[in-house]
Design a protein around this ligand. Structure first.
Ligand code: ATP
Ligand code: MG
Length: 579
């Protein structure tokens, strides 16, 4: 997973990454060379009192150090650029993939984890790139080179390496095996925090109204404590690494000085060599520590890569057919033929064997108790979901065979929970029609009886907060209606879109709609009997099945369910008023 992902996304950054590796190699080699020069200064310069040599070699040391610093800075610079660039590409790829998702996929993942995956998970990969191409290059060179240089200085002491390096490796290995599982669960815990936070934010009014704050706070605390607990445990183990390394290095240094001292006494070794040996020793052990640190980044990045790939590899269930068909006959004909639908993961079908036809120039009212499947039916017509069995035909062609964009452009949907985007009223209306003129916007707002826009000084530039929270429920609904009306579609679908309007406004909006929808197909999900009275066809849904279809009069005599419904709406009073 990780390798495939990196291969795909690191391709554009081959050059900077190669530069990083080259620079890092030079920098590492330079730092390996320094102790040797130092040893020569001590052995040939200081002990012999040769100032000229000291100055010459000192100059050389200075030059090498400068080179090393330059290369190290360059490596970090290019490494960061490549890492950041790669992160940006990855995030953009994720975002574009997620925008193609249908309800189906977004529902399956859930928003919180999609958020974590595009932000935190990508950052882990980014971090791996930065760490990886500097440390992973430096550590092996440092380790092997250090050993070679140390042996060159003095073979007699190199047996100490055989003790210290394995001790350090084993100790670090144990620490890593403790931390890995912790890291793995951390990504999931971050998802958790996001989820609680989001729920809390979007439900803030409900939470307040029902005085659930203490409960919510506790829920957040739980998630928060779980995350910080895990991070702390992982941090504790990680914190142990450096002391262990230092302890090993220092113990080895004591041993080195002890045994080196003996060798110097017996004339087998020079002081400069011993000092160089000490430095190499420290470098080798540090290389081991660095390598293990990177090894620790790897598994976490691997988990993240898996999670990212999962998103990138998901093909949306609702996608364009390879050979889209044009509608046959009038574009406004909507027909459901034995359509059944089951939500992914649900154990029973929400809609069963639904058959109905809606013709252009007519209106169809869909009624039914809450949870009977009305919104689901609407979602099928708009192809937000695909039917499980049966078929939905719009314009005489199965919606699965039609171009999705074209299909959507022929439908004006006002969803039950209309969503407004942050921005202005004009921007929101342009979601309905991208190139709408001001006149068209005002016309659409008039149909939707959204006078409040006209009355406001800002007019079309009236600010809309995220989700439209700065509007009342009824104002939101009217803006959503305007957004659907502005595109003058062949099919209008209103899912309980008038529920928040008062009776007067409701009547006004429907009267104005009637003028412009004369030739269109209108499908209205509603609870109000007054709306139903105007419909050419009424469909009664109960528990996912159509129990009756017909006109109001017909249903009154034929359907017990409908009579009950009508009675519950105190039909007599309303009929008296309306007729
Ligand atoms: N995304 C979903 N995943 C799983 N089940 C769902 C989903 N959306 C709705 N359902 C289920 O499908 C059933 C029908 O829901 P639907 O929203 O179509 O009802 P409705 O008739 O529109 O109700 P209301 O009048 O309250 O709007 C419900 O029982 C609900 O539990
Ligand atoms: Mg509904």
């Amino acid at each position: 997973m990780l390798v495939a992902l990196l291969r795909r996304f690191a391709r554009p950054y081959r050059r900077p990454l190669a530069a990083v590796m080259a620079l890092q190699s030079v920098s590492t080699l330079a730092s390996l060379y320094l102790p040797t020069v130092n040893a020569t200064i001590i052995d040939d310069g200081i002990t012999k009192g040769d100032t000229a040599t000291i100055v010459r070699l000192g100059g050389l040391m200075f030059g090498v150090t400068a080179l090393q610093v330059l290369c190290a800075v360059g490596a970090v610079y290019f490494g960061s650029r490549a890492g950041m660039g790669l992160g940006r590409d990855l995030r953009s790829a994720m975002f574009h993939r997620v925008t193609t998702f249908s309800e189906h996929e977004t529902g399956r993942f859930g928003a919180p984890t999609l958020l974590t995956r595009t932000t935190n998970d990508v950052r882990q990969i980014q971090f791996l790139i930065q760490m990886g191409c500097t440390v992973l290059v430096a550590a092996p060179i440092m380790c092997v080179g250090g050993i070679a240089m140390a042996i060159r200085q003095d073979v007699g002491l190199s047996w100490l390496l055989l003790v210290s390096v394995p001790v350090l490796v084993v100790a670090n290995g144990r620490i890593i095996s403790r931390t890995l599982p912790l890291f793995r669960s951390m990504q999931r815990l971050i998802d958790n925090i996001n989820r609680v936070m989001r729920e809390q934010l979007s439900g803030v009014r409900v939470v307040r109204a029902f005085a659930r704050e203490p409960f919510e706070r506790r829920r957040f605390d739980d998630a928060n404590v779980a995350l910080s607990g895990t991070a702390q445990a992982a941090g504790n183990w990680q914190a142990l690494m450096l002391p262990v390394a230092t302890l090993t290095i220092n113990c080895s240094s004591v041993a080195l000085i002890w045994f080196g001292g003996l060798r110097i006494d017996s004339g087998q070794m020079q002081v400069g060599s011993l000092i160089a040996f000490l430095v190499y020793f420290a470098q080798i052990l540090m290389a081991v520590v660095m390598a293990t640190m990177t090894v620790m980044v790897l598994p976490r990045a691997a988990v993240c890569a898996e999670r990212i790939t999962e998103v990138l590899a998901t093909t949306p269930a609702v996608s364009n057919p390879s050979n889209p068909l044009r509608p046959i006959g009038p574009a406004g004909v909507v027909r459901l033929a034995g359509a059944s639908f089951r939500y992914p993961g649900a154990d029973r079908a929400v809609l069963q064997d639904i058959s109905l036809t809606a013709q252009p120039g007519t209106s169809t009212a869909i009624i039914g108790s809450t949870g009977s499947g009305k919104s689901t039916l609407v979602a099928l017509i708009c192809r937000l979901y695909d039917v499980t069995t049966g078929a939905v035909l719009v314009g005489g062609v199965d919606v699965r065979d039609r171009d999705v964009e074209e299909l959507w452009s022929s439908i004006g949907l006002v969803p039950q929970r209309g969503y407004l985007f942050a921005g202005t009223v004009a921007e929101n209306l342009r979601y309905g029609k991208a190139d709408a003129t001001d006149d068209e916007m005002w016309a659409a707002l008039r149909v939707a009886a959204a006078d409040f826009v006209h009355q406001h000084a800002d007019g079309l530039q009236l600010r809309v907060a995220q989700g439209g929270v700065n509007f009342s429920g009824g104002q939101r609904q009217r803006l959503a209606i305007a957004r659907a009306v502005i595109r003058r579609p062949a099919i209008y679908v209103f899912d309980d879109a008038f529920s928040a309007l008062d009776v007067h406004t409701d009547a006004l909006v429907r009267a104005r709609l009637a003028e412009i929808t004369a030739d269109a197909t209108v499908i209205i999900v509603t609870q109000r009997i007054s709306t139903i009275l105007d419909a050419d066809q009424v469909v009664v849904i109960e528990d996912g099945r159509i129990v009756a279809t017909g006109t109001h009069e017909l249903l009154l005599t034929e359907s017990a369910t409908y009579r009950e419904f009508a009675a519950s709406q105190s039909l007599d009073a309303e009929v008296g008023g309306a007729r």
